[in-house]
Design a binder for this molecule. Structure first.
Ligand code: MN
Length: 230
């Protein structure tokens, strides 16, 4: 048996709706600017360009109900509500037509972002990692299985801060739907069971402060809630 120099870190995981089992997370892939109105608010051209991807650290995933410590190095910590796709069957170069067969289920996630660090990195052509990779920065609701929900191509997606609606859109507004995202992502990296894909956020992103209660939801997937703490 392998002997480790110290106790290995716990396996990052998210809850599964109506199950005692948890979804072990291998990687977190994220899509940039997948709603036209959000691409515009980020100063980009929302034409249907090839989608682009970035990653968040796997151990950034936390459950709904978590307290998110306001992270270091930022004065502009932003929420981004997103549909999360949980991969249940691996593959490379997955076709759009075959994509559904690779989905385990869906969740409601928040891609928390140190916007000031991201913008500064963007401006000088450096990696976004520290903008997107903060601790506790990828909360996700319990995963609802594809068997329970059916394929999701439309439905309200929303986020509120202290009860005030900040983001309110529809999954049908996705520039690249889930099947296309799976096809693109798997053309660059082999997807494996345990991968999560955060599929991009609609318009209305904005900052949070210590004490804020963040709630969000997607039709058929229930809600997520987290609070920002010192
Ligand atoms: Mn995002």
């Amino acid at each position: 048996m392998t002997q480790y120099a110290f106790t290995p870190p716990p396996v990052p995981s998210v809850a599964i709706n109506n199950s005692d089992r948890r979804f072990a997370v291998r990687r977190i892939h994220c899509v940039g600017q997948n709603y036209a109105a959000h691409a515009r608010e980020m100063g980009s051209n929302p034409e249907r360009e090839t989608p682009f991807f970035f990653s968040k650290p796997t151990d950034a995933v936390v459950d709904s109900g978590s307290e998110i410590p306001y992270p270091q190095l930022t004065q502009n910590f932003h929420f981004e509500i997103e549909l999360v796709v949980a991969i249940g069957k691996g593959g490379a170069d997955i076709s759009v037509d075959d994509a559904l067969a690779h989905i385990y289920g869906y969740g409601v996630g928040i891609d928390f972002t140190r916007r000031d660090l991201q913008q500064a990195a963007k401006k000088i052509g450096r990696p976004w990692d520290w903008g997107k990779g903060c601790d506790h920065g990828a909360p996700c609701s319990p995963i609802h299985t594809l068997d329970d929900t059916g394929p999701l191509s439309e439905g309200r997606i929303w986020l509120a801060v202290n009860g005030e609606i900040k983001q309110d859109a529809n999954l049908s507004d996705l520039i690249w739907p889930v099947a296309d995202i799976i096809a693109f992502c798997s053309s660059a990296l082999r997807l494996e069971p345990g991968d999560l894909i955060y599929t991009g956020t609609p318009a209305g992103v904005g900052p949070v402060v210590v004490g804020d209660k963040i709630t969000g939801g997607i039709d058929r997937l229930g809600e997520i809630e987290v609070s920002i703490v010192d």
